[in-house]
Design a protein around this ligand. Structure first.
Ligand code: FES
Length: 134
């Protein structure tokens, strides 16, 4: 797909986000922000066994951070926790179809960083190196 189609996809997800809202009594939730710009996100997870059964998010931010959160929450629903733990910046690049570049990388990875952080929290594990890098 040409680049502008991918950009349109992000904008469309930003304007009409999927999975926006709260989960009542989530298995775990985590709030994170991007200290540079103040954008923030809270991710709510419903976990059954080793699967992410449902995921929702709330937050305020730029089109890339919120559009990516919408696309990522669609993508990870139903996946195993270990699959999600292995996701990194490359996962995001493939998902959104572009390299956000150094200026926007923190925008593009805010949702994944928060999601992975919430799964580590749920399992009482320390975030791994690839999550700390995001
Ligand atoms: Fe803040 Fe994008 S400008 S996350």
């Amino acid at each position: 797909m040409p680049l502008d189609i991918y950009a349109e996809e992000i904008i469309s997800n930003y304007e009409h986000p999927h999975n926006k809202g709260k989960i009542d009594s989530p298995s775990v939730k985590l709030h994170e922000n991007n200290p540079v710009c103040g954008d923030d996100i809270t991710i709510y997870c419903a976990i059954k066994g080793d699967r992410l059964e449902d995921v929702k998010f709330e937050g305020d931010g730029c089109a890339i951070s919120m559009g990516t959160a919408s696309m990522l929450t669609d993508f990870v629903k139903g996946k195993s926790l270990s699959e999600i733990e292995r996701m990194d910046l490359n996962t995001i690049k493939e998902l959104i179809g572009m390299d956000p570049g150094p200026a926007r990388v923190k925008c593009a990875t805010l949702a994944l960083k928060t999601l992975k952080g919430s799964l580590f929290l749920y399992q009482h594990k320390e975030p791994d190196a690839s999550t700390k890098e995001l």
